[in-house]
Design a protein around this ligand. Structure first.
Ligand code: 6GU
Length: 236
């Protein structure tokens, strides 16, 4: 899968995604990342890419010309262009799965007070927010999305860390995890996990995932994939 990021801070994005699982997948060529500096397409002596807003008001607006020229430098022309903005649809796991099916994605990162509306009309297919708060620019949001989408691409995660088994995959929070030692300063690992009885362990984990979701994020239960047994457990 190929990610192209249109940004004023290409090194920031490159560095932010260079480590860990996504960094490895980039090295192995399973994922591709190309960061295009919008400023390279300024086309004026001072490399200016923003200007005052028509009608007045605070801040600066990114001009449409440099962004369009940066976009037009992408070959082949992409199908979907994601603009990172607090005004967008809120990113979630379902959207991550949907976007992970694309062969390539372009992310447009805005700065200052945003981009000229005409660039949104012209090239943007998806406006996406990563949550209800304001960031100084779209770069960190693009990195969040690329991390979440990239890990869903075949071959990025090892078999042992595959997302297929994640409880969040079914819309639930994860069950609690423990490793050695079995007793840590008087705190013991739940006995069922030491029992070797996989049927009991699976049931305990499922119940823990349900209890946690019910306590911490009851809103998630509405969309979760629950069995009749799950529903019965929640009722009791
Ligand atoms: Cl996608 N961009 C900016 N600038 N701020 C945000 C955001 C995006 N999502 C939440 N806050």
């Amino acid at each position: 899968m190929k990610f192209t990021v249109l940004t004023l801070f290409p090194e920031h994005v490159q560095a932010g995604l260079g480590a860990s699982v996504i960094g490895k997948a980039l090295e192995r060529g399973i994922l591709e990342l190309s960061c295009i500096n919008i400023r390279d397409f300024a086309g004026n002596k001072h490399n200016q890419v923003d200007d005052y807003p028509y009608g007045g008001g605070a801040g600066m607006v990114m001009q449409p010309g440099p962004i369009l020229r940066a976009y037009e430098s992408i070959q082949p022309r992409p199908k979907r262009v994601v603009y990172l903005t607090p005004q967008g649809k809120t990113f979630d796991q379902e959207m991550a799965f949907s976007l992970a099916r694309e062969e390539s994605l372009v992310f447009l990162c805005g700065h200052y007070e945003g981009v000229d509306e005409r660039i949104i009309d012209r090239i943007v297919t998806d406006e996406v927010s990563i949550g209800d708060y304001i960031l100084t620019g779209g770069e960190m949001a693009a990195m969040v999305m690329i991390d979440a989408i990239g890990r869903l691409v075949d071959g990025v995660l090892s078999n042992s860390s595959s997302y297929e088994n994640e409880s969040f995959h079914q819309g639930l929070l994860e069950y609690p995890q423990y490793t050695r030692p079995a007793a840590f300063e008087g705190q013991e690992v739940p006995e069922v996990l030491l029992s070797g009885h996989h049927g009991n362990i699976d049931r305990w984990r499922r119940e823990q995932a349900l209890v946690r979701t019910l306590r911490k994020r009851p809103d998630l239960l509405e969309k979760a994939e629950l069995t009749e047994k799950d529903r019965e457990f929640i009722r009791n």
